[in-house]
Write a protein that binds this ligand. Structure first.
Ligand code: NAG
Ligand code: NAG
Ligand code: NAG
Ligand code: NAG
Ligand code: NAG
Length: 215
């Protein structure tokens, strides 16, 4: 598929309680950058992500080929609305600019946050950058590799004892490239596996790396 259609992105799931502890100072926007997959599976290694159409102003982040995108194709360009961190470990909201065209030129961008779409029958959540796509996922880039911060490890919860929330951050990397159904569209796209092995057996583990856009 070609990412001349729309791209979508993945976001991290936080509880509202925990995200309220994150600093929300406006530290600005980082990017734009491309997102490229690194994988031990050669069929997905090196592929760029692009926003692919899944409905009206609805996109998933799909695999869009190994060739470096032309610099003027906005479907491949993502940004980080930074809320916290350092240059080596930036945190914030991953965003994609939905272009609104007039006369062949971008009249206006609509900044859309990366979210995850969950399904009752699977632990594979699909990536989304969609109008009305739900709560933005807080993400981090450690040395330009995408992760999702997690504060709550329920594997240690004890019956009847309120858990200790230490604030210590786990940097989770449960990204996979999988053939998934998003609305009526079947794409090989970026997904997030909530925990354990992916229920969808065609999923391949990937790292998502950002490469800063240069004109
Ligand atoms: C980032 O990479 C540099 C160079 O490889 C390394 O020295 C540094 O420790 C890394 N930083 C983090 C936060 O992982
Ligand atoms: C829209 O966003 C793209 C990057 O995604 C940028 O290159 C372009 O300048 C923006 N255009 C406007 C009108 O803001
Ligand atoms: C991202 O930051 C830009 C610049 O501050 C802002 O215009 C935009 O609305 C933000 N996007 C989201 C999804 O919060
Ligand atoms: C929480 O931490 C305290 C102090 O370390 C410890 O006594 C207690 O057992 C912990 N509670 C749970 C549910 O782990
Ligand atoms: C590739 O394999 C190495 C060695 O087993 C492992 O450390 C690394 O995490 C793997 N990379 C991915 C993206 O799965």
């Amino acid at each position: 598929m070609k990412a001349t259609t729309f791209l979508s992105g993945l976001l991290a799931a936080l509880t509202t309680t925990v995200s309220a502890q994150l600093p929300t100072n406006d530290a600005g926007q980082t990017g734009p950058f491309w997102l490229q997959l690194k994988s031990n599976d050669s069929s997905v290694d090196g592929q760029y992500l692009g926003s692919c159409h899944t409905g009206a102003a609805q996109q998933t982040l799909c695999l869009s080929g190994p060739d470096k995108p032309d610099t003027n194709i906005v479907s491949y360009l993502y940004l980080l609305n930074r809320t916290d961190g350092t240059d080596e470990n930036e945190m914030g909201i991953l965003t994609w600019n939905l272009p609104l065209y007039a006369g062949g030129n971008i009249l206006q961008n609509v900044s859309i946050p990366f979210t995850l779409q969950y399904y009752p029958g699977s632990n594979v959540a699909t990536s989304s950058v969609s109008i009305g796509g739900g709560m933005a996922v807080t993400v981090g880039f450690r040395n330009d590799t995408l992760y999702i911060p997690n504060w709550i490890d329920d594997s240690n919860f004890v019956e009847g004892q309120y858990p200790n929330i230490t604030g210590q951050i786990q940097e989770l990397n449960n990204f996979y490239a999988c053939w998934v159904l998003v609305a009526a569209y079947y794409y090989q796209a970026l997904t997030w596996v909530t925990s354990g092995a992916p229920h969808n057996r065609n999923c391949k583990p990937v790292d998502v790396v950002r490469i800063f856009y240069e004109n």
